[in-house]
Design a protein around this ligand. Structure first.
Ligand SMILES: Nc1ncnc2c1ncn2[C@@H]1O[C@H](COP(=O)(O)OP(=O)(O)OP(=O)(O)O)[C@@H](O)[C@H]1O
Ligand SMILES: O=C(O)[C@H](O)[C@@H](O)[C@H](O)[C@H](O)CO
Length: 234
């Protein structure tokens, strides 16, 4: 993982010859498997991984450790940091999919874990990383039932997020209404508002870690190949 001291700071201005990075945000409530999936993608394609939890200010981690959900204000500057660190960490994949052409292979990319639970948080990331001049941005939003998240949290040690936070994570999460990858069809009946076509939703309850990772890698491969990601129509 890149050192954050090296990569925090302003997002570089676009230049004519510069390929904007492709940023893959692995989103969703706590314990849905974001880090597990992001690690698999980073290893498979040889792209940098940014762990959003490492960018939270200490007060946010302390708050969550004590069972207090974050507010919008707590998350706002953190989301901006997630955006800039992701862009500044991006590097061309060292193991790109074979099907990519040479220009696609040299496009910098980065896989970032970031809960991005509410639509307005995803909108903030979109406005921090406007397409097409600053980045190509795609979200893979992982989700699971409350019962399954409680089971997963119980099964892991040494994490600041405890069982008492699952309810608030589920209540806060606005699962995007998204397109089914590759079909252009609406794939789930999440959010009441418009489709977020730069989002792919994966329900993970009945999938093993390996199955979720395979599915996510397949989506990333298709998006790298499509070059422009899925267009966000607002
Ligand atoms: N599909 C799955 N089925 C069963 N267990 C899973 C699955 N995906 C992840 N897990 C397990 O659930 C726990 C949470 O996974 P992980 O840490 O990747 O989630 P996360 O979304 O990054 O969590 P957090 O945001 O709280 O850090 C881990 O113990 C992991 O091994
Ligand atoms: O927005 C939030 O409430 C937070 O980012 C959380 O989602 C956790 O940091 C993360 O999931 C670790 O458990």
């Amino acid at each position: 993982m890149a050192s954050h001291d090296e990569v925090e700071g302003d997002i570089p201005p676009p230049t004519a010859s510069h390929q904007v990075p492709h940023i893959f945000i692995i989103a969703g409530p706590s314990a849905t498997g974001k880090s597990t999936v992001a690690r698999a993608i980073a290893e498979r394609f040889g792209v940098p991984m940014v762990e959003g939890d490492d960018l939270h200010p200490r007060e946010n981690i302390e708050k969550m450790s004590h069972g207090h959900p974050l507010t919008d204000d707590d998350r706002w500057d953190w989301l901006k940091t997630v955006a800039s660190v992701s862009v500044n960490s991006s590097k061309p994949p060292t193991s790109p999919p074979d099907e990519l052409d040479s220009e696609q292979q040299s496009r910098p990319a980065c896989v970032t874990t970031c809960s991005a639970l509410k639509r307005k948080y995803r909108d903030l990331l979109r406005s921090e990383l406007p397409e097409p001049e600053t980045a190509i941005l795609d979200f893979l939003f992982l989700t699971a039932s409350e019962e399954e998240l409680l089971r997963r949290i119980e099964g892991r040690d040494n994490h600041f997020m405890k069982k008492n936070m699952v309810r608030s994570q589920i209540i806060t999460a606005e699962v995007p209404r998204a397109l089914e990858p590759g079909t252009g069809e609406e794939g789930n009946d999440g959010d009441e508002r418009g489709i977020e076509s730069d989002c792919t939703v994966i329900w993970t309850d009945n999938l093993s870690q390996g199955e979720v990772a395979e599915r996510a890698m397949d989506v990333v491969r298709q998006l790298m190949l499509s070059d422009i990601g899925n267009e966000y129509k607002g």
